[in-house]
Design a protein around this ligand. Structure first.
Ligand SMILES: *[C@@H]1O[C@H](CO)[C@@H](O)[C@H](O)[C@H]1NC(C)=O
Ligand SMILES: *[C@@H]1O[C@H](CO)[C@@H](O)[C@H](O)[C@H]1NC(C)=O
Ligand SMILES: *[C@@H]1O[C@H](CO)[C@@H](O)[C@H](O)[C@H]1NC(C)=O
Ligand SMILES: *[C@@H]1O[C@H](CO)[C@@H](O)[C@H](O)[C@H]1NC(C)=O
Ligand SMILES: *[C@@H]1O[C@H](CO)[C@@H](O)[C@H](O)[C@H]1NC(C)=O
Ligand SMILES: CC(=O)N[C@H]1CO[C@H](CO)[C@@H](O)[C@@H]1O
Length: 392
């Protein structure tokens, strides 16, 4: 069952690392309770699953409050009228606290008034990876018990959001299964599930900069870049997963097929967010050679490039272009035809065609806006046009 869940969701994200530093307090001044940090395990000894639930709140985002097993929730700062985010880390080869956890807790509490419960299963996650996987079911049961206690306090199932990272994502899936399948009380579970640690930093960045990142379900990265996955109407997803804390953040496990890969582009530094546009070039007449056109978007302060390749004998080529400002702020586009000249045959000295662009995700009527004339592109020459897209 765990293997099955492992395959269920795979979100492929590639971004740069942004480590946050860790620090542990002792006693919190406001609430007076003892601050508890994550455990540290020695992988030679640390095979027992010692689960700790640490509560972080808006008033003390740096001080973890240990939720005691019995009636702990009643007598701590947990506020049952707020939403609850449960964070589950993954495999910890070195038996140490994940470096991203504080950054994530802070980013969540900075952007919303919620209860954050970090699940510390450093011990169980430290042994050899297969053992950590074995502990996943036990861990999921123990988290389910905690959730049952929250429900008993009158917390609504839909106000609980599980953020599982890496192996923690599989735990999240299992917890969802226990509650969705058996208790039947939690119907809208929402997850953010990633297969890569760096995705957490992207998530933190999205929270801090409150920019929304949309990821597109797609079979492969090449298909994504070549503009084959343009909308959010995949039958298995209600919408594209959005990285952020918005209402629709995350994907619904029960609607997913065995494996869904989603892709997005990111900028190399924070805030990482980019906007995706589809760019297309339609040739006036097809050619018996491949056609390459370099497209550059300019705003007042940014410049972003992508290359459209039109296969031979085809009329149209398309590509995704990632830009850091919305399409409506792009005021100029340049097109450059790159001929494929070989020494025995010279390529044509110009091409004629139509250029179109559309922001993603595409609206259901799939309208693109085109430069309203037949463009003539001389070889290796930047031809510049104004892009008349007004901000709404
Ligand atoms: C609740 O917590 C406070 C402070 O941590 C402690 O003094 C008190 O005894 C606890 N009450 C119960 C019923 O556990
Ligand atoms: C719980 O949160 C609600 C909503 O923000 C707030 O009105 C209430 O005062 C909080 N309760 C406690 C005990 O802090
Ligand atoms: C870009 O610069 C022009 C001219 O200086 C200005 O009118 C326009 O508002 C600027 N656009 C943005 C999005 O800053
Ligand atoms: C296509 O949809 C967009 C957004 O839903 C709308 O603004 C636009 O007018 C529509 N275009 C046509 C031709 O229906
Ligand atoms: C653009 O090219 C097409 C196809 O050759 C032609 O039908 C159309 O009249 C041209 N439009 C303009 C404005 O030249
Ligand atoms: C609590 C518990 O059962 N922990 C187990 C985690 O996995 C290791 C390796 O399989 C076991 O030795 C532990 O007992």
């Amino acid at each position: 069952m765990v293997e099955d869940l492992k395959r269920k969701v795979l979100i492929v994200l590639t971004v740069l690392l942004l480590l946050s530093s860790a620090q542990a307090g002792s006693t919190d001044r406001l609430s007076g309770h003892q601050c508890t940090d994550f455990q540290t395990a020695n992988f030679l000894r640390g095979s027992k699953l010692k689960v700790q639930f640490l509560l972080f709140t808006h008033s003390s985002p740096s001080c973890g409050e240990l939720i005691l097993a019995d009636d702990g929730i009643k007598n701590c700062s947990f506020n049952s009228s707020l939403e609850t985010k449960i964070i589950i880390h993954g495999f910890r080869a070195l038996g140490t606290k994940p470096s991203w956890i504080e950054g994530l807790v802070h980013a969540i509490l900075h952007s919303s008034q919620v209860n954050v419960i970090a699940v510390d299963w450093i011990y169980g996650s430290t042994a050899a990876y297969p053992s950590a996987v074995e502990n996943v079911t036990l861990l999921a049961l123990s988290i389910s018990q905690l959730i049952s206690k929250l429900l008993a306090l009158g917390v609504s199932g839909t106000s609980i959001h599980i953020i599982g990272v890496s192996l923690g994502a599989h735990v999240a899936g299992l917890v969802g299964h226990f509650h969705g399948g058996q208790l039947g009380r939690i119907t809208g579970y929402k997850y953010l599930i990633c297969d890569h640690m760096r995705a957490v930093h992207l998530y933190v960045s999205a929270l801090k900069h409150s920019c929304l990142m949309v990821a597109f379900p797609c079979a492969s990265h090449q298909d994504f870049l070549n503009g084959r996955c343009l909308d959010c109407v995949d039958p298995f997803l209600y919408s594209c997963p959005r990285i952020g804390l918005q209402e629709q953040a995350g994907v619904n496990m029960r609607k997913l097929p065995k494996e869904v890969k989603v892709y997005l582009m990111t900028s190399p530094s924070a805030p990482f967010c980019v906007h995706h546009s589809l760019v297309e070039f339609h040739l006036q007449k097809t050619r018996n050679t491949v056609t390459s056109i370099e497209i550059t978007f300019f705003s007042n302060s940014t410049k972003d490039t992508a290359k459209i390749t039109i296969p031979k004998h085809q009329e149209m080529g398309k590509r995704l272009l990632a830009h850091s400002v919305p399409l409506c702020q792009i005021n100029r586009v340049t097109l450059k035809y790159l001929p494929k000249s070989q020494f025995w045959r010279k390529d044509e000295s110009f091409i004629v065609g139509k250029f179109c662009a559309a922001p993603l995700p595409l609206a259901s009527n799939r309208t693109t806006s085109c430069l309203p004339w037949n463009l003539t592109l001389p070889s290796k020459t930047d031809i510049s046009y104004e892009l008349p897209t007004a901000c709404a």
